[in-house]
Design a protein around this ligand. Structure first.
Ligand code: SF4
Length: 236
């Protein structure tokens, strides 16, 4: 059931340092994957707490604090995902890689779940992640206000099974995306490139129209979870 929390969080004010076997989790819930080429797949979503970025369109402001959520052991998180028995697990945030033990968590999840995706802003090195993990690299556009955080060195680490995502705020972002794909030869990575309209900022029909007109090497992505449950719903 979407939004159903699995465990009672231990009281915690976020001030104590965590041992390497623990990670700060904002929420875990069962839903469908709303984005990526696996959109529509039953999925356990593990949302880690904390992000150093402040994107203008961020739709998870509740998960930005590094003192939010509660610390859980990697074993407990893995057990929770195993119990759900879904074919897919998404680790998202916040910015998951901002927490040092995240790669260990991802490997643990890959041991028990057929497919594990990681959604990351790419402001951290994605090469620290197990080769079984499908990385979704959310390349920040100028409209996000955080494009200077992009690490272009991550692009050369993209591999089959990874995906690239651009959230588009306006026509300038769209043109910037095309130029970034060309400049960094992103089609060579074999990672599908998905262009997603920023919710409430740009009409999906506008972005669809530009894509039809220009025939770029991208596909339009809509956020299923917002279409199904509404854009303000959380934990779904
Ligand atoms: S990287 Fe993601 S979680 Fe962090 S501010 Fe941007 S949209 Fe929000």
């Amino acid at each position: 059931m979407p939004g159903l929390y699995w465990m009672r969080w231990a009281p915690d004010n976020g001030n104590r340092p965590l041992p390497e076997t623990q990670i700060r989790v904002y929420e875990i819930y069962d839903s469908i994957q709303g984005e990526s080429t696996l959109a529509g797949t039953p999925c356990t979503i593990v949302r880690l707490a904390g992000c150093p970025l402040r994107c203008s369109y961020c739709d998870t402001p509740q998960a930005l604090s590094f003192k939010g959520g509660s610390p859980l052991s990697i074993d407990d998180i893995t057990a929770r995902v195993r119990d759900s028995n879904h074919p897919l697990c998404l680790v998202t945030g916040g910015e998951p890689l901002a927490q040092k033990p995240c790669p260990v968590l991802l490997s643990s999840l890959a041991d028990i779940c057929p497919t594990v995706q990681l959604e990351t802003s790419g402001a951290f090195d994605i090469n620290t992640v197990d080769s079984r993990i499908h990385r979704i690299l959310d390349i920040k556009t100028p409209g996000s206000g955080e494009h200077i955080r992009n690490m272009p060195e991550n692009y050369k680490h993209l591999r089959q099974g990874d995906e690239i995502k651009f959230v588009i705020m306006d026509r300038d972002d769209y043109k910037w995306m095309l130029e970034t794909i060309r400049l960094h030869d992103l089609t060579q990575s074999e990672a599908p490139i998905l262009a997603s309209p920023a919710w409430g900022e740009i009409a999906p029909a506008d972005l669809a129209g530009w894509i039809i007109e220009d025939n770029p090497p991208v596909r339009l992505q809509l956020q299923y979870h917002k279409l199904i449950w509404g854009h303000e719903a959380t934990g779904v």
